[in-house]
Ligand binder design. Structure first.
Ligand code: NI
Length: 203
């Protein structure tokens, strides 16, 4: 399933540019809180989605806690389970410090990922991980806000239900006000992720 992530490098470059944009913006701001209070952060924003219990949730439901957000899909053969396991291992390493972190898995495959499927899937990973899915439009909206690239990869003459999804693979750490704090690129080790989370969330 190499094709499922053939555009990974491209999307990493796109996200990388966005991150560099944010860093530049932060460096040029005397008052960094502008970034989180102006509502103009380049990554993140309001959303309405459905959680693994079928309940409607918005960005407001996550205020007051740090969130670790990853976008993917339950049928993903390789990258998503690997990255969600990295998140799980990192949070296990953090021990009690992980209590202030809410891991969230957002589907970019709304055609197949029902709330029930998300529920079954996230139960394989860190306890309390939330799975979010939604309509095509809702997923498109949050993906745009997080600069997440995704696209259905339909093989010629293949069963239309057995497609894979190309998608970017980046872990975002958002702050208690919903503000973007840090991102972790594909391939970050659990040790490095745990260290990065700890550094960004202390105090
Ligand atoms: Ni994937």
């Amino acid at each position: 399933m190499k094709k499922s992530h053939r555009n990974l490098i491209l999307s990493v470059l796109v996200i990388g540019s966005a991150i560099i944009g944010i860093t530049t913006y932060q460096l040029t701001q005397n008052n960094q809180t502008n970034l989180s209070t102006s509502g103009k952060s380049l990554i993140g924003g309001p959303f309405t989605l459905t959680n693994q219990d079928g309940k409607t949730v918005t960005e407001k439901d996550f205020l007051g806690k740090y969130t670790l957000i990853y976008f993917g899909y339950t049928y993903c053969p390789d990258v998503c389970p690997t990255e969600l396991q990295v998140i799980t291992s990192a949070l296990e390493k953090l021990g009690d410090d992980a209590k202030k972190i809410q891991p969230v898995f957002v589907s970019i495959d709304p055609d197949r990922d029902t709330p029930q499927l998300m529920k079954d899937y996230v139960s394989n990973f860190y306890p309390g991980m939330i799975g979010l899915t939604g309509t095509k439009e809702q997923i498109a909206a949050i993906a745009k806000e997080y600069r997440v690239y995704y696209s259905k990869a339909v093989e010629k003459d293949a069963d239309p239900d057995s497609y894979s999804m190309d998608h970017s693979s980046i872990i975002y750490l958002m702050g208690p006000k919903g503000q973007f704090l840090k991102h972790f690129p594909y391939g970050t080790s659990p040790e490095k992720l745990a260290k990065g989370i700890k550094a960004a969330t202390k105090g």
